[in-house]
Ligand binder design. Structure first.
Ligand code: ADP
Length: 464
């Protein structure tokens, strides 16, 4: 069996994978099965003289933590990755802050990663590169003579050609992506957008989801990522945390709780969600004091202007809404701007009657799946889900909403709060089945199976 070599920005903790969430568990599981390497950044933003890679061997797995020079880190990570690619790939060309030196640093870091990785590779390895930080890495490994199979998985959305064209380097990036044997996406929409970009921006021969460019054949498919359902269910029903949630709920006075859990990111649609909650209280005054809304949003990428702005906006909005509707014994919105432990999060999801997952655009959105897994099947809550989250493709039984339509959202929130138990059970049963079927293990197994034999892979695009 071939070894698996995984490349990602951060390397999970192989000794304690549960701490870093489902993805680290699944990836370390796959590497442990086959033996292999997990290669990524060492997490150090300070320059020390002659820093070299840190290599550690745990059983049949090696972790290699590679340095990034501090002069490159800012323009690579905060610059090109998160001020250019992140907004653009989430259809927010208006937030792109392109600078040539960002792109130069992005290419430099990818070259350094390719140089650092190549001596460790064998011809029969399966190399699996993760996410938008490393799109050109495969092509750079090829330039250095790598003949192994190399696959790429994009965790975020892939935009349509008109948006992708706003990237000055779009053609170089497209041609680099066609150097992978496998290019994996979260959804049909992403695969379709990618194919359209191949047609518009490259000279590749296109045959369905297979592309021939410069003598190499690549296949694109959807590999929707999931969660570790059993592990999350276990956390959600942990006694100590359930007790905490109950106590927290009792302090709220209100009978019902709605919950939102997101990194504080402009793609998550939190301001419109707050507005819709306010609109719901205006339209349905009978809900006053019966429901409170808990939003947990830990800080994220605060060095970038757009993130500081969204933080200010939410503080203003929650203040205004509480100022308008609160009473001596009722706080409508509780907004918590910090991270909470995964056990606590799971218990809070379980004790909330409605989850609001309303991103303007999202690769997948794991919180939607975590909410479903956390529910008591006898008395499950209702998931309100944006049609622009990747998860919506697999979860049509959620209450699907348009996050740009505040009125529609307000009505859907009210409908969720009033949904009869039979309907809640019916919807939840199917959602849970599908969350199990497309869990993080399936995701990892399907990708590795495709990468092992890309020529024989039957793409799922026409069969789902
Ligand atoms: P993204 O990767 O864009 O942040 P996802 O919804 O796909 O969005 O994944 C977010 C992950 O981070 C989920 O597993 C979620 O439970 C976790 N998470 C989000 N907010 C918090 C928080 N406040 N505390 C702890 N974990 C969080």
């Amino acid at each position: 069996m071939s070894r698996l070599v995984v490349v990602s920005n951060r390397v999970g903790d192989l000794r304690n994978p549960a701490q870093t969430g489902g993805l680290a568990v699944a990836v370390s599981e796959a590497i442990k099965d086959r033996g292999g390497i997990w290669f990524g950044w060492d997490g150090n933003t300070e320059d020390e003289a002659d820093r070299s890679a840190t290599i550690e061997t745990i059983g049949n797995v090696q972790t290699i933590l590679h340095p990034i020079a501090s002069v490159d880190y800012q323009p690579f990570y905060l610059g090109f990755a998160n001020s250019v690619l992140w907004p653009l790939f989430h259809y927010r060309a208006d937030l792109v802050r392109y600078q040539q030196d960002y792109y130069d640093a992005y290419m430099r870091v990818n070259e350094q990663f390719a140089d650092g990785l190549i001596p460790h590779l064998r011809g029969d390895d399966l190399v699996w590169v993760h996410d938008y930080h490393f799109m050109p890495l495969g092509a750079m490994l090829r330039e250095r003579g790598c003949g192994a199979k190399i696959g790429f998985f994009l965790h975020i959305p892939f935009p349509p050609p008109d948006i992708f064209a706003a990237l000055p380097n779009h053609q170089t990036i497209m041609e680099a992506l066609l150097q992978y044997d496998v290019i994996g996406f979260q959804t049909f929409t992403d695969v379709t957008n990618f194919r359209r970009c191949v047609e518009e921006f490259t000279q590749a021969e296109v045959n369905g989801e297979r592309f021939r460019f410069n003598g190499r054949v690549s296949v694109a498919d959807r590999f929707p990522i999931g969660i570790d359902v059993e592990a999350f269910q276990k956390m959600a029903s942990s006694k100590a945390e359930a007790l905490f949630s109950e106590k927290f709920r009792r302090n709220l006075v209100a009978d019902k709780q709605m919950i939102g859990v997101d990194r504080l990111d402009y793609s998550k649609g939190i301001p419109a969600r707050f507005q819709a909650f306010s609109q719901m209280l205006t339209r349905y005054p009978e809900l006053s004091k019966t429901v409170s809304f808990l939003q947990i949003a830990p800080p994220s990428r605060e060095d970038i202007g757009a993130y500081a702005e969204i933080r200010d906006e939410l503080e203003r909005l929650s203040g205004t809404i509480n100022g308008t509707f609160a009473d001596f014994d009722w706080t409508p919105i509780r907004y918590i701007h910090r991270s909470v432990s995964r056990d606590r999060l799971a218990a809070l999801l379980r004790t909330s009657q409605v989850a609001l997952v309303t991103p303007m655009r999202d690769g997948m959105n794991l919180v939607a799946k975590e909410y479903v897994a956390a529910q008591d099947p006898e008395d499950p809550g209702v998931l309100v889900l944006s049609r622009f989250a990747g998860a919506a493709e697999e979860m049509p039984e959620a209450l699907l909403i348009n996050p740009f339509d505040v009125d529609e959202m307000a009505d859907a929130f009210n409908q969720a709060l009033n949904m009869p138990i039979e309907e809640r059970r019916e919807r939840h049963e199917i959602l849970l089945q599908r969350t199990r079927a497309f869990d993080v293990h399936t995701w990892q197994e399907r990708f590795v199976a495709c990468l092992s034999d890309p020529g024989a892979w039957q793409t799922s695009i026409k069969t789902y």
